[in-house]
Design a protein around this ligand. Structure first.
Ligand code: SF4
Length: 388
């Protein structure tokens, strides 16, 4: 296929594809899907070999958010029966992080619900970073605390944070349909603040919220412009009790096309399969490893992931290897500058629910698969052992 040859050539040269080429990836047929995965795989292997980076989420503060992001189970007015708790103590957060590191995670992502941190919150997170780093040699820490005020990114960097995550989530044109309490521009501003402070910027999207193919391409081009080091791709988890609970439109094939499009537009960045991996890719998860070079190990913020052991087995069975702390994630031209990663959502982010637009490949009406969504009841904020 000429399209795929062109995209591979551009990806190997880190050249931006055209919008039309990106849209054409989303419009490929099921007959073409394996060729799409193979083409994206060539680009992935050029920049990341066969390594898979494991990241581990610790939800420092769960639920009770005053913001109204429609996809989020922690939003204002959410009826989702999730765990709700306020800030974990640094030692408790460090214990949760240690479980992930012992399971093979190289990066710990510290997430807190809310619009953004107060200066006192930043102090609290600084103590948590110190606890985690002093007990886990070589671990990377990414903070994900929402919108940042002036000076907070610098303070987090000074406290030892390696990266900051704040997702754009969806296109600028549709942002107001998803959230009314803050804007797309607010999110861009926070990613830029993180970048300017020397933190490795991590920013991604949520697919499946009713957006069109053009919206998906818009948000991914918007991300490329911000030049993050990592791009988490979330697939909406339509939580019961949220406005997007009925949005079950993604198929495994659609998810693979979206991941491939992201890989072609952002060829040399850490592309992470984030929330919704198990729910939407299901038995096609191993194919997605040929495109993305990073996943979350264990549970998400408010829902459960598959067992950590199952992830490790899947990676080995598919012929990939878990990236070690002695290996550099990013290609040399990027790692000289910084490093990063995290999960979907914003302090939030990574689990979200969604709808999806124009699924090229899902001719039948979607059915709700609430049997695939398990609310998290273990790990951080509970007395039960974490999944790692
Ligand atoms: S995504 Fe973040 S800011 Fe939005 S409702 Fe959820 S926790 Fe709050």
């Amino acid at each position: 296929m000429d399209l795929l040859n062109t995209l591979v050539d551009k990806g190997l040269r880190r050249e931006l594809p055209s919008r039309e080429e990106a849209l054409a990836v989303l419009a490929t047929t099921d007959d073409e899907l394996l060729d799409v995965v193979a083409a994206a795989g060539k680009v992935r292997r050029q920049w990341f070999g066969r390594r898979v980076k494991l990241n581990y989420l610790v939800n420092l503060k769960s639920g009770l958010c005053p913001e109204d992001c429609s996809y989020c189970s922690q939003r204002l007015g959410s009826k989702a029966e999730i765990l709700k708790y306020t800030w974990l103590k640094p030692d408790d957060a460090s214990k949760a992080a240690a479980a992930g590191v012992a399971g093979g995670a190289k990066r710990v992502c510290l997430v807190a619900s809310g619009r953004g941190p107060t200066d006192k919150d930043v102090d609290r997170v600084a103590q948590t970073i110190d606890a985690i780093k002093s007990q886990n040699e070589g671990v990377e820490v990414c903070a994900c605390l929402g919108l940042l005020s002036d000076g907070q990114a610098e303070r987090l960097r000074g406290a030892g944070a390696d990266a900051y995550n704040h997702n754009l989530n969806t296109s600028e044109a549709t942002y107001g349909d998803i959230t009314t309490t803050h804007t797309y521009a607010d999110r861009v501003d926070t990613v830029q603040k993180a970048h300017a402070a020397g933190l490795s910027a991590c920013s991604g999207l949520i697919a499946g919220m009713g957006e069109s193919d053009a919206d998906l391409v818009d948000v991914v081009f918007g991300l490329r412009e911000l030049d993050p080091d990592s791009v988490p791709v979330n697939f909406l988890i339509p939580f019961e009790g949220t406005p997007l609970a009925k949005e079950w439109n993604l198929t495994p094939q659609r998810c693979l096309r979206i991941l491939a499009m992201v890989r072609f537009v952002c060829p040399d960045v850490e592309v992470r399969i984030a929330g919704g991996r198990e729910v939407h890719l299901r038995s096609m998860q191993p194919l997605a490893l040929h495109i993305a070079n990073s996943i979350f190990l264990g549970d998400y913020l408010t829902s459960e992931g598959q067992a950590g052991r199952a992830d490790l087995d899947m990676i080995a069975d598919a012929g990939f290897e878990v990236e070690g702390t002695d290996q550099v994630t990013l290609p040399e031209h990027r790692s000289d500058a910084a490093g990063c990663a995290s999960e979907g959502g914003s302090a939030c982010g990574s689990e979200s629910g969604s709808v999806c637009g124009s699924p090229s490949g899902s001719p039948e009406a979607p059915e709700a698969r609430t049997d695939l969504v398990a609310v998290r009841r273990r790990g951080a904020g509970t007395d039960l052992a974490p999944n790692a």
